[in-house]
Design a protein around this ligand. Structure first.
Ligand code: G3H
Length: 486
């Protein structure tokens, strides 16, 4: 990637570059594969790019924030049709850059296109709603939704297209202008889309930068010219960036952060179903999903059977390159991840847990086979940290009240999966659980989609709500004109 996008131009970068490697090996003798380079941008360039987003917004007076709804929609439709032409190449990048399997990579692309089209429809509805007049005490109000200003957007590596666009698209369609910095992995796949951004939107509306967060994103925040920080990643980075802003109270946050979603298996659960869902819930995309099940709580009465059958199922999973057929486990994009997962296993073993499955912890250069750890206790790192990778802590429980207290004390509050059959017993439990997290999945694993449903979390898991419908509201403010006459 030799260019960056600023002020409606793809500008050639003449400075230092960073190399982008893939951990995927298509040969027997494993080596990192060099995929390309990206600009290692500096503060001065980042500030020029920010200036372009500020100029395009022009304190709310720019062409984009004042543009008619139909015109903004036309820009978005033009973008999506150009994006569709790039499907094959983007899917290939998804596999090579982040090791996502072929079906999941295709799904990520198609889901993103659908997200954009649904957003356009929802935006039209929002516009129809704003045409209505409200009347109270002789005052007529024409209430609509307006943009917030300049958005700094940082995307994650695990859904570099879909989750990034779940921030970018609503931010743009509501009339904001954006400076976007992709994550370290999953960065080249945006290259084929830069020209579409350039040609579909007026100049300065979408800008793309590269480089280290502390060298480019931090100074952008320090300028005080960012109105919205939109980030999907960890809370440490989100807090560090917020802290750079000189007027934190003015900053709107849209954040998708960490989670440690529990899977709770009750004694009367359908074990076949629970095990199936816990396999996909813990290990889809190697557990590198904020919505992954990151701890399993299994009732003592069924523990033995669950442990034996679950461990056997994990050992039967197939590891391979993303394009191999029926592969579930694929290379990890972060070269240091296997070492980190091994440290969690060692720490758990030191504190008395055992690896239940025969293949747990087997390593190759770019992978570590998932380990099922039991019994997990609170002093273990794998209990406390969001592992975001292939290791599965299993903790026994007897009293549901104690378990609810434990979930209530967690720093996270995104989702829960609950496996059980006795509806009389489940109903009050569900009522309590939805007050501890934001989504309870009954007899199914946790997930973000369908994208029209609200996606958010309590505590350290999220700020603001994403989804087709909610994100339009997260990236806008209600404004109105009041008058005594209609
Ligand atoms: O990483 C967090 C994503 O929002 C997970 O999305 O549940 O569709 O895999 P997903």
């Amino acid at each position: 990637q030799k260019t960056y996008l600023s002020n409606g131009e793809l500008i050639e970068w003449k400075g230092k570059n960073d190399e982008v490697f893939s951990t995927i090996s298509s040969t027997e003798d494993y080596q990192l594969t060099l995929l390309g380079t990206i600009p290692h941008m500096d503060e001065a360039t980042a500030m020029e790019v920010l200036q372009s987003a500020c100029d395009a917004y022009s304190k709310g007076q720019g062409d984009w924030p004042t543009m008619k709804v139909a015109q903004r929609i036309a820009c978005m439709e033009d973008f999506v049709s150009k994006m569709k032409e790039q499907r094959e190449v983007v899917v290939k990048y998804l596999m090579w850059e982040i090791g996502k399997s072929l079906p999941d990579s295709q799904k990520e692309f198609d889901r993103t296109v659908e997200y954009i089209l649904d957003t356009i429809e929802d935006y039209k509805q929002l516009d129809r709603d704003s045409a209505k007049f409200h009347k109270k005490d002789g005052v007529y109000a024409h209430i609509r939704r307006g943009p917030l200003g300049v958005v700094l957007c940082l995307g994650p590596y695990n859904y570099p297209l879909n989750e990034t666009f779940a921030l970018l698209i609503p931010a743009l369609i509501m009339g904001n202008t954006v400076v976007f910095k992709p994550a370290k992995h999953g960065v080249l796949l945006l290259s084929p889309l830069l020209e579409a951004f350039r040609s579909s939107f007026p100049k300065g509306v979408v800008n793309v930068i590269y480089g280290r967060g502390r060298e480019v994103a931090a100074p952008i925040m320090q300028s005080g010219r960012v109105d919205v920080l939109a980030l999907i990643g960890n809370s440490k980075s989100a807090i560090a960036l917020q802290d750079q802003h000189p007027h934190k109270n003015r900053l709107r946050l849209v954040l998708g952060l960490e989670a440690k979603n529990p899977g709770i298996v009750l004694p009367d659960a359908d074990l076949d179903l629970a095990i199936d869902e816990c396999i996909s819930g813990t290990l889809s995309f190697n557990g590198q999903r904020c919505t992954a099940l990151k701890i399993l709580y299994v009732h003592e009465d069924i523990q033995e059977e669950f442990n034996r059958r679950f461990a056997e199922r994990v050992d039967a999973l197939k590891f391979g390159n993303p394009w191999d057929e029926k592969v579930m486990l694929t290379p990890l994009p972060e070269p240091d991840k296997p070492q980190y997962i091994q440290e969690l296993i060692d720490d758990a073993e030191k504190h008395g847990a055992k690896v239940l499955n025969k293949r747990g912890g087997e390593t190759t250069e770019n992978y570590i086979f998932p380990a099922v750890l039991y019994p997990v206790t609170e002093e273990m790192r794998v209990y406390q940290e969001e592992q975001f990778g292939p290791v599965i802590p299993v903790k026994p429980f007897r009293s549901i009240d104690d378990l609810l207290d434990e979930i209530a004390d967690s720093n996270y509050g995104q989702q829960v999966s609950l496996f059980g059959n006795d509806i009389k017993r489940l109903a009050p439990l569900i009522d309590t659980l939805v007050n501890l997290v934001c989504r309870v999945n009954l007899n199914s694993s946790c997930q973000r989609g369908p994208d029209v449903f609200p996606f958010t979390g309590r505590k350290d898991s999220a700020v603001g709500t994403l989804s087709v419908h909610d994100a339009l509201r997260s990236f806008s403010i209600r404004t109105f004109v009041a008058s005594k006459d209609k």
